[in-house]
Design a protein around this ligand. Structure first.
Ligand SMILES: C[S@@+](CC[C@H](N)C(=O)[O-])C[C@H]1O[C@@H](n2cnc3c(N)ncnc32)[C@H](O)[C@@H]1O
Length: 218
């Protein structure tokens, strides 16, 4: 989806993807990535995800990127964080005690913006984008990320013909297609989440699976 679509979603407060609780897969699988203590974690398309607070509480530095000014403003305000704002290339840098969100377009990020990142937590980024943008996203992701960085990736799978995205269905083969050149892909967990998402059942889905992967530099 183009950035305008997401800006409008935030303006209209249509943010059903946002979780008030910390992500359970993050909590279950993060330690398996063996990120160095105090290391920096990149959170692409971060919204106002509270998972950034969880990562910071584990002692990691966090760098998110998000296109919606409402999301960025709300993240710091809702969590009672004093923020310093400066500019960083084409993006605006919002910062509070080791938590940074770069406000702007993911596609404007440069390698130097994420040069210190040793890991990535990527929830609901690929599924937010239509197929042509997913390819661009993955190519840009690989091109800017330090070659040693590992990723914990959370996606959704369903029969795409049953519902129009977003969220889009992003299957394992597709992920392999994007990332096999750079990463070994390992599926860590699959869970059926249709029952806890009645809205998607109403939109026509008969199956909805959440999948968790680890991407390790090849
Ligand atoms: C499905 S939401 C996921 C948010 C977050 N990862 C979470 O778990 O709550 C996708 C987010 O990506 C943001 N986004 C979409 N396109 C973007 C772009 N090109 N650059 C930066 N952020 C973008 C949207 O504003 C939205 O907040």
């Amino acid at each position: 989806m183009k950035a305008e679509f997401w800006l409008e979603r935030w303006e209209q407060n249509q943010i059903g993807f946002h979780q008030d609780e910390f992500n359970n897969h993050l909590q279950a699988f993060w330690s398996g990535l063996a990120v160095p203590a105090g290391g920096q974690v990149f959170v692409p398309l971060c919204g106002k995800s509270r998972d950034m607070l969880w990562l910071r509480a584990q002692g990691f530095m966090v760098t998110g990127v998000e296109v919606s000014p409402i999301a960025v403003r709300d993240f710091f305000a809702e969590n009672g964080l004093d923020v310093t704002i400066s500019s960083q290339g084409k993006l605006e840098r919002w910062e509070s005690d080791g938590l940074v969100i770069l406000l702007g377009d993911f596609f404007d990020l440069q390698a130097e913006d994420v040069a210190d990142c040793s890991a990535v937590f990527d929830r609901a980024s690929l599924i937010a984008l239509p197929p042509d943008m997913r390819l661009r996203y993955a190519q840009h992701f690989i091109s800017i990320l330090p070659t040693h960085a590992q990723t914990l990736l959370v996606t959704l799978e369903y029969a795409q013909e049953e519902m129009k995205g977003p969220p889009f269905a992003v299957g394992e083969e597709e992920i392999q297609g994007y990332y096999a050149q750079a990463f070994a892909l390992e599926r860590l967990f699959v869970t059926d989440v249709l029952a806890e998402n009645p809205g998607f059942r109403q939109r026509g889905l008969t199956r909805l699976e959440e999948k968790v992967y680890r991407l390790t530099p090849a």
